[in-house]
Design a protein around this ligand. Structure first.
Ligand code: C2O
Ligand code: CU
Ligand code: CU
Length: 485
């Protein structure tokens, strides 16, 4: 690590260079004040073999000297990064020290429905929850956040979210050798991107905007306002997570440089895809690798885009490259050899029409209603049909490939593997969805729009996975007081 003085010197050199007019003026990074990017600590399991996450209220100084009331896991805002490897047995202990009930959902994790942390796995105020499961999926960038029905937007906005990274020796992650950058906090960097309204007193303003819910005009990256990161390796893997309630980002570099996408929501791409921009809607993750030259300064930016979701221009992260960086090594040509999802002839097709901002197929979410029954291990086509507003669509427990958007193939980096997809206004998105094998006819998984206000207002449905051939026997009505231990 560079000392603070070395860092300031570097920043001064980079600023002077920028001010001398080298490089196009339109892409000159702003030399304004920057705060060191916070890197969430890696969570270690305790002596009891469990990862403990404690949700509690606290205060966070987004603006120095102006503490804001916030919520966090094991801290005052966001949570630690959990990192596990395929085959690991995960034992969690989730403690709720808030004064209201909530849940913690493992977004992107393939696990039994009772461990999923959706709205049926409520943790009462003062209570705790101890789910366990075995990691059995490829390397991926997953995350965790609350999911109490009707309250998710508020709980996430206050700060409850964290990263959950999965490694797999079969993929080209660091442990596999000659792979992708994988040293956490050094060249493997989580970026939790969130928009917030920050009042003059430094606090988070919770007034929702009509239709979309909470949308902000300030950007936090890992809870840091005006963040800067010191680049000490020539190639950096950024794990981008849109942890915002509603905002969509169009992310690239201010100078237009190309970079590579190496992973989507549900794991690594088969091969790197070179791009200059990526689109990221709430809940989605994209892993990119960008390269830097010695001593340069770069700026990761979100560009203005669709007006549908009020995409505006925001600077996300300033990057200050150390002097003396070697040229970056080439990326591996193959990142993953997981088989592509094959859609069997005659695959079942289900259609989900997104109505307004609060219903799917004409119905609002009902905790007591099982909407869909899926046989274990199925591959199905899910057609998501949008009507008015922009939305996105997330399915728990699965991975999917995006077959087409209004009949056109998606950009290669958006084809999958994914678990959350942007659905533009009036568009139809077709997904090839691979379901898991954990059967439980009485505990549903969720599918929903990940614009949190829409999810809270009812743009969500429930499905169960059952032993093939038993679909007709499922009781489609759950008791109103249904609570799983
Ligand atoms: Cu990230 Cu059902 O959610
Ligand atoms: Cu999820
Ligand atoms: Cu929506």
């Amino acid at each position: 690590m560079l000392s603070r003085r070395q860092f300031l010197t570097l920043a001064a050199i980079a600023t002077a260079t920028a001010a001398c007019g080298q490089g196009p003026t339109s892409s000159t990074p702003s030399p304004g004040p920057a705060n060191p990017l916070r890197i969430p600590p890696l969570l270690q399991a305790g002596a009891d073999g469990r990862f403990t996450l404690t949700m509690k209220a606290g205060t966070t100084e987004f603006v120095a000297g102006k503490p804001a009331p916030t919520w966090g896991f094991n801290g005052s805002y966001l949570g630690p990064t959990i990192r596990a490897r395929r085959g690991d047995r995960i034992r969690m202990r989730v403690v709720n020290e808030l004064d209201e009930p909530t849940t913690v959902h493992w977004h992107g994790m393939r696990l039994p429905a009772k461990m999923d942390g959706g709205p049926h796995q409520m943790i009462p105020a003062g209570g705790e929850w101890t789910p366990e499961w075995t990691i059995d999926q490829p390397a991926a960038t997953s995350w965790y956040h609350p999911h109490p029905h009707g309250e998710t937007a508020r709980h996430v906005y206050r700060g409850l979210a964290g990263m959950f990274l999965l490694d797999d020796d079969d993929d080209k992650d660091e442990a596999a050798g000659a792979g992708l950058p994988g040293e956490y906090g050094v060249d493997d960097i989580p970026l939790v991107i969130q928009d917030r309204v920050i009042g003059d007193d430094g606090t988070l303003v919770e007034d929702p905007v009509a239709t979309w819910g909470l949308m902000g005009d300030r950007i936090l990256v890992n809870g840091t306002l005006d963040a800067a990161f010191q680049v000490t390796r020539p190639a950096i893997r950024f794990r981008l997570l849109n942890g915002s309630n509603a905002r969509k980002y169009n992310i690239g570099f201010a100078d237009g440089r190309a970079f590579h996408v190496v992973g989507g929501d549900a794991g690594l791409l088969r091969a790197p895809v070179q791009v200059t921009r990526v689109s990221l809607t709430p809940g989605e993750r994209i892993e990119i690798v960008a390269t830097f030259k010695a001593g340069e300064q770069a700026l990761l930016r979100s560009f203005a885009g669709d007006l549908d979701l009020d995409d505006r221009e925001f600077d996300l992260l300033r990057l200050d490259a150390a002097p003396g960086l070697e040229p970056a090594a080439a990326l591996p040509a193959t990142l993953s050899d997981r088989p592509a999802i094959e859609v069997p002839a005659g695959a079942k097709v289900r259609r989900f029409t997104l109505n307004g901002s609060d219903a799917i197929n004409g119905q609002e979410m009902d905790m007591t209603r099982i909407d869909e029954v899926v046989p274990a291990g199925a591959v199905e086509i899910w057609e998501i049909v949008n009507t008015v507003y922009a939305h996105n669509f997330h399915i728990h427990e699965v991975e999917f490939a995006v077959l087409d958007v209004d009949g056109a193939k998606p950009e290669p980096y958006l084809a999958g593997p994914k678990d959350t997809v942007y659905v533009p206004p009036k568009a139809t998105v077709r997904l090839a969805v691979r379901f898991g094998e954990f059967v439980d006819p009485a505990t549903p998984y969720m599918y929903h729009c990940h614009i949190l206000r829409h999810e809270d207002e009812g743009m969500m449905g429930q499905f169960v996975i059952v032993t093939p051939g038993t679909e007709a026997q499922v009781n489609r009505t759950l008791p109103a007081t249904h609570q799983h231990a």
